[in-house]
Design a protein around this ligand. Structure first.
Ligand code: CBY
Length: 431
């Protein structure tokens, strides 16, 4: 064959060798797919709860501009930092900084007006101090420590690279709950470490050469652990950790091979969960949304970041959906137990469609001594802090674990809907 005839053939061959994934953008293409998330996030009653900063951050990252909604959220955040900054946990404050600072918008000045970076530095120090005095246990957890490092790194706060290297070793127990690697925690750490690594490379932060190497090794190992939690249906960890895992994998593509992760498959699995109504809590919706549009928390202070990746993806605010409760409800009965060393049980009758919390309230009415409990409002909904007067403690890594049929639940008491005949349990556990 003459050379001039060979050329197009060679071209065709080369083209067919380019993996198809390279050409695909892993991002939602149908705006209707994310409408349920937007509905959950922007429904007015949620703009005031503990998830406000997360919702603001998420909406800004994906380029949704709604002035009145934004003003309301900023008002709420302002109130929180003015009135109760000392009550905020380190991670909550970090999220506020990320939310206010995202996209170089006017409210960014609030970070400096209220000295939020200084306050976060102090809170981060308090986390480290607690680890020194309480057997390596932070005041909160490593998910929040990673948010702290991320916010300090993105907004030029002070943190010690040596401290990061010392604490974020992937074998550290704080990445695990029991023997299980926490995908959410690992993913947030990858984002934080990637930011730190970039600052070291750009020379913005000084460190000795070994630190950069260690951070790279940590990232590689965390990415491996995250990928090992990939499920057959494409989710990574569970429904609620997949968005964070996607963000981590977006920023760390140097650390895994293309054939180790099929982003399209993961995206499809998340879209399926959205269509099944899985992201009904604003925090859940806010955490998953950026990844679906190819965004990560590292895009927060990039100039051009806050427009939709595909350019022509124009999202408008959907009309709120009004849910009408069913007219007549039948009752169901479940078995409810509190397990410390002994097990205390009761049969409880609740209306069909009730959540775990309703069962606990009913049980408390039956026997105030055995079934009394306390809870507090967290970004993911109510969190059980004590049962029978026994309090969960981060210093001791104890908590009240929720189980059904002996298996841990992946939802909290405010969202898990119970079924007739189910064996529900709250168990005094360590993590
Ligand atoms: N966020 C945080 O500080 C929380 C970090 C987080 C890793 C979080 C999951 C992930 C996330 N994206 O926010 C986390 N959970 C932690 C750290 C913890 C521990 C809390 C104590 C501490 N050291 O801070 C602890 C005790 C191990 C824990 N979670 C317990 C529970 C159970 C709560 C039961 C109760 N007492 O009310 C529960 C219900 C598990 C169980 N079977 O008992 C639980 N967590 C769940 C299900 C979850 C998921 C919530 C999913 C949902 N739809 O409600 C979770 C997203 C989350 C919140 N926990 Co924890 C993990 C998942 O399933 N992917 C930062 C802050 C600023 O927002």
């Amino acid at each position: 064959m003459r050379q001039s005839h060979q050329l197009p053939l060679v071209g065709l061959l080369l083209f067919s060798l380019i993996p198809s994934q390279l050409c695909e953008i892993c991002e939602v293409s149908e705006k209707n797919d994310i409408t349920p998330l937007l509905n959950t996030m922007i429904h007015s009653k949620y703009t005031r709860g503990p998830s406000t900063a997360n919702v603001l951050l998420s909406l800004k990252l994906v380029g949704i501009q709604n002035q009145s909604l934004r003003q309301e959220m900023i008002k709420q955040i302002k109130y929180n930092v003015k009135m109760r900054v000392s009550d905020l946990s380190s991670g909550e404050l970090a999220l506020i900084i990320l939310g206010l600072g995202a996209c170089r918008s006017p409210e960014e000045t609030l970070i400096y007006d209220y000295h939020l970076i200084d306050q976060l530095e102090n809170k981060f120090q308090a986390e480290i101090k607690n680890m020194e005095t309480h057997n390596d246990n932070p005041l909160t957890n490593y998910y929040q420590l990673s948010l702290d490092v991320l916010a300090l790194c993105l907004f030029d706060g002070n943190y010690s690279t040596a401290e990061v290297v010392k604490r974020f070793n992937p074998e550290n127990k704080n990445y695990y709950f029991g023997s299980q690697f926490s995908v959410d925690t690992g993913a947030m750490a990858v984002l934080a470490l990637t930011c730190v690594k970039r600052s070291l490379i750009n020379g913005q932060v000084k460190a000795d050469g070994g630190d950069l190497m260690k951070i790279s090794n940590y990232t590689k190992s965390l990415v491996d652990k995250i990928l090992s939690k990939k499920k057959r249906n494409g989710l990574i960890g569970n429904t609620f950790s997949t968005g964070d895992a996607m963000q981590a994998l977006f920023v760390s593509s140097d650390y895994y091979n293309e054939n180790e992760w099929n982003c399209q498959e993961t995206l499809k699995a998340v879209l399926m969960k959205i269509s099944q109504g899985a992201f009904s809590i604003p925090t859940a919706a806010a955490q998953v949304l950026p990844a679906l549009l190819g965004k990560t928390y590292l895009d927060v202070n990039r100039d051009s970041s806050c427009v939709s990746g595909s350019g022509n993806f124009n999202i408008s605010i959907p009309e709120p959906v009004t849910v009408t409760p069913p007219e007549s409800q039948s009752n169901i009965s479940v078995n409810y137990s509190v397990r410390i060393n002994e097990t205390y049980s009761a049969n409880v009758t609740v209306p069909e469609g009730s959540v775990f919390l309703t069962v606990m309230e009913k049980a408390q009415e039956i026997n105030q001594t055995i079934f009394c409990f306390t809870m507090e409002e967290r970004p993911w909904g109510p969190y059980i802090t004590s049962v029978q007067g026994l309090w969960a403690s981060n210093d001791d890594r104890t908590y009240w674990e929720l189980l059904s049929g002996g298996k841990p639940l992946s939802q909290g008491v405010g969202s898990y809907v119970v079924h007739n005949g189910e064996n529900l349990e709250v168990r005094w556990s360590t993590y």
